[in-house]
Structure formats: C-alpha cells, structure tokens
Design a protein around this ligand. Structure first.
Ligand SMILES: *[C@@H]1O[C@H](CO)[C@@H](O)[C@H](O)[C@H]1NC(C)=O
Ligand SMILES: *[C@@H]1O[C@H](CO)[C@@H](O)[C@H](O)[C@H]1NC(C)=O
Length: 338
C-alpha cells in the first residue's frame, strides 16, 4: 500500500515514468472486440481502446502483425503498437437515461486525450531496483483478464487485483475495492487492471484467451511468488489504470433513491464485478525485452518517445457508426442493466 503512494508521488512530483509507466491517449471508442468477437461488428458492448492504429474488426494473428501494420500509436513510447482495451463506464440517472463517463489524464500527463496509463514491471511496484528477469511477450501474444459474466464477489475473486479506487485526490490509490465505490468520488473512479504474470511458454493465445497464462502459485507477483509448473515463464506485470471522471455525476439528487450507486459498465453490469481488460502485444522487435532487461526505474532511455500532441493525433476510423454521445435512453447494444 505504501508503495503505491510512493509511485503516485513520483508520478506527481517528478512528472515522469516509473519503471515503464506511460500514458496512452484514446485511439477509439467503438463497439468492437477483435479478441473475443473477431469479425463481429458491432460487438456486444462498447470498448475504449488505446495503442497502435492497426486496430481493426478482425486481427487474426496469422496475418495481422500489429507492429508492421500500424503507422502510429497513441502511446508515449513509439515502439509500442500494442492494443489495450476495456469496457466503457456509463452513468445512469434517476430517470433511467444513460450518459457516457469521460476519461481523464493523470497528473503529469495533462493534455492527453482520455486513454489510460500503462505499466510494465519486472518486480513489485515499490522495488526500485527492478532486478528480476521477465520474458517479454512474443509477437501474436494476446490475453484477457476478468470475466464479463461475473456477477458476484466470489466469481470476481478468481481474478486477483482487478479493482477500483475512489479518487479523493490525484494521488489516491487506496483503498481498492472489488465492486464499484458506493459513494461519490470527488476526482473520479480509477479502474485498475493487473494481468496474470506467468505464461505456459508455448501458446500465444488460448480458446478463452486466459488458459495460457496464470497467477503465481503462491503469494503474488509483488511478493515474488513462484509461477506454477504448468506456467513456468515469468512475464512482465502488465497493469492498466483508467480514470473515469465521474465528478460531473456526483449530484445525489440524480442517484438511485434506494441508495445504490449509479455507474454501470457498457455491458450492463452495475456491480463492478464484471470488470475485464484485453491485451494484444505489438511492441516493435525486441524493444519491450530491452526495456525490461534495462532494469530502469522512472525513465527508459533505451526507448523512443513522442509528445502528447503526437499521441493525440493517432486514431482509427469509426467502423461501427453508432452514436453514444449525450443522453441515451439505452446502452449501446441495448444491454440490460443487472
Ligand atoms: C481493416 O480491415 C479491413 C478489412 O480487412 C481492411 O480493408 C482495412 O484496410 C483494415 N484497416 C486497417 C487500418 O488496417
Ligand atoms: C434525465 O436526467 C438527466 C440528469 O438530470 C437529464 O439531464 C436528462 O435530460 C434527463 N432525460 C430525460 C429523458 O428526461
């Protein structure tokens, strides 16, 4: 817990990257999911996507090399053409209308259009030495964390460390909850996605996009827990932070009369237990491995960077053509709130 505070302090006061910690602006918001629903347009629920502009309805690993096909990326590190995406947060007013919640940049990254902050770690967040060896993902690697159908705390617990932080200020990182925060959050809700850190060493993907990776057998990545024999290869801890600017929706008069909280994922989940995130690796050549082997903290001099203005320029076209601005009488895809 202390470590997280330390990192956020670094982010705030040094205005810099910690380990690999970098901002990526919004690439697109569309109802597409080339990992779980390849070729399906529109996909069942809305996603917000960052990364390389080769993002498409289908991204068959047999003929889609993200680093080769992308001509730009929304990420600060220009060799990262990966795609990362999550569901989109909506506010449901007392009258039943929905409004999309905007995303905001973190301190030190002001001016970044929406998006997320991405971390790649070889050691616990607060271990400044970063001496552990991790094996970077291989071309074609992809994975999913979380389950859109989780409805209970027990189901959600299968995924360690998917959590929410109610942001009282920019440095807030605790407490983390498995469900949506129950009250208004002054500076928004941060969704934290930490992916599994052990790989079977063979499969770039698996039918459920999860079985080729695993959590440490005991303990956690942070405590140096060993990988299970089935998944012996230690991969970087990939973590995504998304700040949803709920501050405009904090008027309790618009909140449900029964005292429940008003935010729902684009899938219709009002509990927060269905939280999930998708990753398609797309770093150019061995750039990620070099960065991980560099054991640097706060900066990564071996990587090329671009300005926030350049990050913001990279987009992909709207392939679904669906309006989700302003007040809506239903969620995109007509997903039922549950
Ligand atoms: C997306 O896929 C379509 C159909 O295969 C293709 O025509 C288009 O060029 C692709 N777009 C990008 C940005 O790769
Ligand atoms: C529902 O409530 C919101 C928030 O008060 C308001 O802005 C919106 O216009 C209302 N929608 C309808 C259809 O009344």
């Amino acid at each position: 817990m202390k470590g997280n505070t330390f990192i956020s302090a670094l982010g705030l006061f040094a205005g810099a990257q910690a380990l690999l910690r970098f901002g990526c602006s919004q690439l697109s918001v569309q109802r597409l999911d080339p990992l779980v629903n390849p070729g399906v347009s529109p996909s069942p629920h809305l996603h917000q996507i960052i990364g390389g502009n080769s993002f498409n309805v289908s991204m068959d690993p047999a003929n889609h090399d993200l680093a080769a096909l992308s001509t730009c990326t929304t990420c600060q590190f220009t060799e990262d053409f990966s795609n990362y995406w999550t569901a989109v947060l909506f506010f449901r007013a007392r009258n039943g209308s929905f409004h999309r919640v905007p995303q905001i940049a973190q301190a030190g990254m002001e001016g970044t259009k929406g998006g997320m902050v991405v971390y790649y770690m070889s050691d616990a967040l607060f271990d400044t030495a970063q001496r552990s060896k991790v094996t970077a993902f291989k071309p074609g690697f992809r994975m999913l964390v979380g389950d859109v159908s989780s409805k209970t705390r027990d189901q959600a617990r299968k995924y360690r460390q998917l959590s929410y932080t109610c942001m009282a200020n920019q440095a807030s990182r605790t407490p983390e909850t498995v469900e949506f925060p129950k009250g208004p959050c002054r500076l928004g809700i941060m969704a934290n996605h930490r992916f599994p850190t052990c790989w079977d060493g063979k499969n770039l993907d698996s039918p459920n996009h999860q079985d080729h990776v695993a959590y440490p057998e005991t303990g956690t990545f942070e405590s140096g827990g060993p990988c299970p024999a089935t998944h012996p290869v230690k991969i970087p801890q990939l973590m995504l932070e998304t700040v949803w600017d709920t501050s405009k929706f904090n008027n309790k008069a618009d909140w449900p009369e029964d005292g429940s909280q008003p935010f729902v994922w684009s899938s219709g989940d009002s509990t927060g237990f269905s939280d999930h995130a998708d990753y398609m690796f797309g770093w150019k050549d061995d750039s990620l491995q070099r960065a991980m082997d560099g054991h640097t903290y706060v900066s990564a001099p071996m990587l090329k960077t671009q300005t926030i203005a350049q990050q913001n320029k990279c987009t992909v076209r709207d392939m679904v053509n669906e309006n989700f601005d302003g007040w809506l009488d239903k969620l995109p895809g007509d997903n039922m709130v549950m």
